[in-house]
Design a protein around this ligand. Sequence first.
Ligand code: ADP
Ligand code: ZN
Ligand code: ZN
Length: 693
Amino acid sequence: MSEAGQQRVRVVVDAPQHSGITGPLDYLSERALTPGTLVQVPLGRRELTGMVWPGTPDPAAEQLDESLLRPISAVLDGLPPLLPSWCALVDFAASYYQRSAGEVALSVLPPQLRELDGQQLQARLKKLDKWTAAQAASPESAPPRPQLSPAQAEVLEKIDALMAAGADTAPVLLYGVTGSGKTEVYLRAAEHALAAGRQVLVLVPEINLTPQLEARFAERFAGRVIVSLHSALTPAQRLRNWLAAHLGQAELVLGTRLAVFASMPRLGLIAVDEEHDPSYKQQDGARYSARDLAVYRARLEKVPVILGSATPSLESWQHANSGRYQRLALPERIGGGALPRVRLFDMNSLPRNKGVMTALTAPLIAALRGRLERGEQSLVFLNRRGYAPVLHCTECGWKSECPHCSAYRVFHKGDRTLRCHHCGFTERVPHACPDCGNQDIAPLGRGTERLEEQLAEALPGARVARIDADSTKHKGALEAQLGAVHAGEVDILVGTQMITKGHDFRRITLVAAVNPDGALFSSDFRAPERLFALLMQAAGRAGRDAEQAARSEMWVQTWHPQHALYKALERHDFEAFAQSQLAERESAGLPPYSHLALLRAEGRTVEAARDFLSAAAQWAQALPAASGLLIYPPVPMSVARVANIERLQMLVESPTRGALQRLLWLWMPELQMLKREHKGLLRWAVDVDPLAI
Ligand code: ADP
Ligand code: ZN
Ligand code: ZN
């Protein structure tokens, strides 16, 4: 303790990775500050936002003479400190995903929180009180709730028991086909948690695609304060919603992956809907998996966590097989509706007229016409937006390559542009071939825009609508387009996987995947798992109305109808699919039977990136911690060059999570130093448990 009663406090700051600051820094404060308090501190010549952090100062820093420490510049009074359990979650995420605690802590807070002084905060809090009071105004009448099915009741009873236990319990894997009543289980479990005075966190993969879920919760819990947390909110909304959760006023928080870090002092239950969805993995900064952090958080706070899916991730499925997770199943659709019949249409059966590959086969057109005549809706999906993925010259072979990327620019007919989907480079479509002047340049292949056009041609009079990232760029467009589908103003809906997720379409009886084969032969070992989930989910869009279920069909056009994946799909047999995939993964030593990290490097040249990765590999291999681990040679990423930057990656494979973590802890700090010796290297990053390889 120095003169004037100055105390030493530890503060984490949002220092960029290249600064090399990883741990908390010591500062002086005139008064004791509770960990979790937001402060402003000087660092070099800058002022940064930081947070007082729990724990004791590290012995090395302790040596630092107090006269060298600088005082804290300001304290954000009036905001209750973040709780130790929240800091523990951040500490875990930071260390597991190899970032600094300060970076994680400050990046998951609402950005506006950093900009406010104490007075402005007070004003916000006053406004918030009024807002929550208005939300909580008592509802007209409580809506009727459906009688639980026996299967739902059984599941709920088990979840209730976990909630009552209040101990470290196994995560629940709620396994049930689309329409089996999983959401109703979340609603009831939430109701019970709320009745016990607790807060509930519900995570969804993409909140823009699930306004219905929000509406369902809002309807069921009218009079309760429900907030959402996702990146589409305005900064002011995000701050308001975050504060409502932090102060315990919001009882329910519904959000996308970033909501896993919501501060909720009375958290009592976490539900993760569609737990297999890749959007739960953050793709930059701290590349965390919100699903995995939800499991960690539940254990930390001794609350139950429900992971729901019709097609669980193989990681979760394997945990259920081994007994680490408790599997609870809802085997049937509510109302006994059948799942749509899967029809594998063999593309080899078509007559081959010289190289013309048509995505719209005559039998598919006939099937669509049948639905049209009965006044039913169809959904046709293709995972490629734009008109055609490539434009080419029939004379000299020129193709619409992007000058800045190792990829083709996509032809968008609507605004007659060639657009690179990787770097955004856009040009008007040339009138003639840029290389030879030939006027005959033609689209190759097909995207949703072209499919929409061809459907309208093949089925005159049909009302065809398209939903994809292009058609929904403007705010409110997606809601309007979905509204038209629900209102029955659309006969055939065309789109990317955006339309296969979550939507409760009531009138669709035919779902068609026109060209799904690509994923069967991808170099990414998770591609089949993703394809199976996508097709099952797409199938789930058909026949949601029990009356129509019997007539509902999922149409899959394939050149490989005998493929095991499609055979399992035909029987709606996730379990068989999972078993065969897990057997393959086990024999190949892939996750969940091993643990991966991916080191990525970006450079001005391939050599710069490769040299860095090779040096990094050499350094790691010299460590005893690397024994038993496999470090693969650096390889270009699947799109190797983006915006003139070369991108390479190097895979590290470990038999255990612990061994991988031990290597990373030693290795990552060295890479900061190593980067300085590699001038042509622009950036590097590590991705722990990468989803896309
Ligand atoms: P999932 O989340 O598994 O897709 P939902 O919970 O959305 O399933 O249920 C599918 C449909 O069945 C919804 O329209 C829902 O309102 C309805 N539903 C769910 N549980 C029941 C029940 N016990 N009785 C009647 N209808 C139900
Ligand atoms: Zn040409
Ligand atoms: Zn490009």
